[in-house]
Design a protein around this ligand. Sequence first.
Ligand SMILES: Nc1ncnc2c1ncn2[C@@H]1O[C@H](COP(=O)(O)OP(=O)(O)OP(=O)(O)O)[C@@H](O)[C@H]1O
Length: 323
Amino acid sequence: MVPKRERSLEVDRRNTVYAIEARGLAKAYGGRRVVNGFSMQVHKGDIYGFVGKNGAGKSTVMKMVTCLVAPTEGEVLVFGQPAWQGAPGVAESRVGALIESPGILGELSAYDNMMVKALALGIPDAKERSQEILRWVGLSAAGKKRAKGFSQGMKQRLGIGLALLGSPDLLLLDEPFNGLDPEGTRDLRQLIMRLNESFGVTVVVSSHVLEQLDRMVTRYGVIADGRMVREMTAEEVRQACGDSLAVRTTQPDVTLAQLEQRFPDCRFLMEPDGTIRISGPFEATAVAQALRAMDATVLELTETRRDIEEFFVELMEGGKRHV
Ligand SMILES: Nc1ncnc2c1ncn2[C@@H]1O[C@H](COP(=O)(O)OP(=O)(O)OP(=O)(O)O)[C@@H](O)[C@H]1O
């Protein structure tokens, strides 16, 4: 049976409406463009890992998607509709977000925090909904304790609870693992996965904690200097990491077709600069022999072992060639 998350990606490939689609997005502060020519495609059902160095522009992009900040240029579609139509539109009704401070009232309990927001949103069954969500985020035992005394993990979970009040189809979480201990990190990761799997909530998570993203993400986007460097499925990242063979020839398309035919059990990935990355059960010497037999002009043939962190660091450096 196909795992549910892979199945949802399969369905979405045929579906042209994305949860988020950004085109030519730019944001300037004081004349400096901190996001520029930015594009992004988050498929419905994704857990999308949004990765980039400090200051790359992740928060700014997330704020433009959630209408906290107005774009200088470009367009953001949320479920096919403009997030901005002069005023916040679809983002208000279908999107939940935890960006920077989660808007928690420190003097109030978790339940009272939920009720304040539920009443402000005009949610009809505010009490039941607040209790239900608190159970979901694992805070029903927090009782009357004031939120200012919560651990960082509890605050993050309450922040997510508040973001869930409007029953969003899309949830954006900016650095949610910051300041969490290993247990808090695990709990939060499991919560994100449950939301995605049980309710089909599309989740965008920006994080530096690649190890956590690797355990739950279905697609990645890498931002550097305000531009999208690369979007890849988790499977493509897995293929690009681990033992692999990088092959560059003068005719990459022809070489790729021939190698695929010659080594049907291997996995092949063509990188933007034409490098063919072979992973799976390959023998470097057999590939070298095959290239000779094909009369290919080989510019490079390198066997590499690369871990996920190294892979992303290279991309975050600005999308230089990563062999
Ligand atoms: N309100 C603002 N006024 C001026 N500059 C800003 C403002 N908000 C962000 N910036 C600048 O925009 C750039 C991108 O910031 P942003 O917070 O989006 O990056 P980030 O990728 O989320 O980084 P981090 O991981 O450090 O939060 C930074 O250089 C930042 O200083």
